[in-house]
Design a protein around this ligand. Structure first.
Ligand code: UT7
Length: 345
């Protein structure tokens, strides 16, 4: 339920700075076909992915460090100082530590004063969830500038053998960040966000180490069995795909309706980069042209919480987001969780 604040007591939030960072190491489909039974044709045809980035072990990049690199660019582009950041939101499914989460590590590594830091655990929808949290804090007047980061280091936790090929060819590493700032112009910025979950499908896309829930890290390590595939992410690909296309569509329609808008009003859709076939399905359903849907899964694979902020940054850098444009973000993923953000750029 929206707060009952009067119009003149409310602010709006606007994305004022965007940045991304991906590790230099490019892993092509042909590279993967040397270590598992897969091939470029299958991967491109089923997913659209040509290559992805993997952190080289020992290079020093972590989920946090990549997030920090993206955040520095976003803060600079927002034209503010790190000390102007009032709050940090960090979305990831691959945190550096079991606890604490990466939010506090960003506070430390950026040398930001002791502002609050929140970790979001909503996988592919993590950035939209994070954006929504930040938006509420700004709309109610509590904060002026909120840093929202999505970052993932998947490659170190994937099953890079033929057994894991249905999952491991899809995911890549990287980070994206946005600074959300207060604006008093209620006609621009984040118009609304819409969030959902359906936990009955939690196990359809998940990493559930054996006995997790009843055991903790020490037991799991003690029992470590390298032949047990449940140490790796599991995805019921076709089931996830079918749910994704339905939920993406629903949550975009929900967002448009909430603002009395229609599909024809969309200037740019930036979907979570789950699968090029999903993006193309949504594009067709909403009658959008090729230049109205931003896709970069070809270069980076699926970077879960990082995929929307990386895509949004690239779209902005390429001059594809113009003042006054209606920009729609939509995501779906593990949980299941899904969400959308309707933005007047
Ligand atoms: O971001 C979070 C949300 N995630 C998604 O939205 C992902 C949704 N799902 C998907 O994108 C697709 O389901 C996948 C890309 C994961 C898989 O595509 P698919 O068309 O559903 O393929 P499939 O899993 O049904 O597998 C078809 C065949 C199987 O062989 P058989 O049983 O037909 O002989 C697989 O063993 O393809 C085989 N296969 C592969 N072959 C070569 C699975 N992975 C690979 C691979 N290379 N990497």
């Amino acid at each position: 339920m929206p707060l009952n604040l009067k119009e003149d007591e409310m602010f709006n939030s606007k994305i004022t700075g965007l940045g991304y960072y991906v590790p230099e190491n490019i892993v092509t489909n042909d590279d993967l076909s040397k270590i598992m039974d897969t091939n470029d044709a299958w991967i491109q045809e089923r997913t659209g992915i040509k290559e992805r980035r993997h952190v080289v072990k020992g290079d020093g990049d972590t989920t946090t460090s990549m997030g920090v690199k993206a955040a520095k660019i976003a803060i600079e582009r927002a034209g503010i100082d790190k000390d102007d950041i009032d709050f940090i939101v960090f979305a990831t499914l691959s945190p550096d530590y079991y606890f604490p989460g990466p939010g506090v590590l960003v506070q430390r590594d950026l040398g930001i004063k002791t502002v609050g830091a929140l970790d979001v655990r909503n996988q592919c929808s993590g950035f939209v969830y994070g954006l929504s949290v930040a938006d509420q804090f700004i709309k109610t007047g509590m904060y002026k500038n909120v840093l929202v980061i999505g970052s993932e280091l998947h490659s170190h936790g994937l099953d890079m053998t033929t057994r894991g090929r249905g999952v491991s060819v899809i995911f890549g590493d990287g980070a994206g960040a946005a600074v959300l700032s207060r604006t008093e112009d209620n006609n621009t910025g984040i118009l609304s966000t819409h969030l959902h979950s359906e936990g009955q499908h939690a196990e359809e896309l998940a990493l559930i180490a054996p006995g997790m829930g009843s055991r903790w890290v020490n037991d799991i390590i003690a029992d470590n069995d390298p032949n047990d595939e449940s140490y790796f992410p599991y995805m019921n690909g076709q089931f996830v795909f079918k749910n994704a296309v339905v939920r993406f569509s629903e949550v975009i329609i929900e967002g448009l309706k909430a603002n009395n808008l229609q599909a024809q009003d969309i200037n740019m859709l930036v979907p979570h980069q789950a699968n090029l076939r999903i993006s193309q399905f949504i594009q067709k359903k909403f009658g959008l042209q090729d230049d109205q849907v931003f896709n970069n899964i070809m270069k980076y694979g699926n970077t879960t919480a990082a995929s929307i902020p990386i895509a949004l940054t690239e779209a902005w850098e390429q001059g594809k987001l113009k003042s006054g444009d209606l920009v729609v973000l939509a995501a779906f993923g593990s949980g299941f969780t899904w969400g959308s953000a309707i933005i007047r750029w």
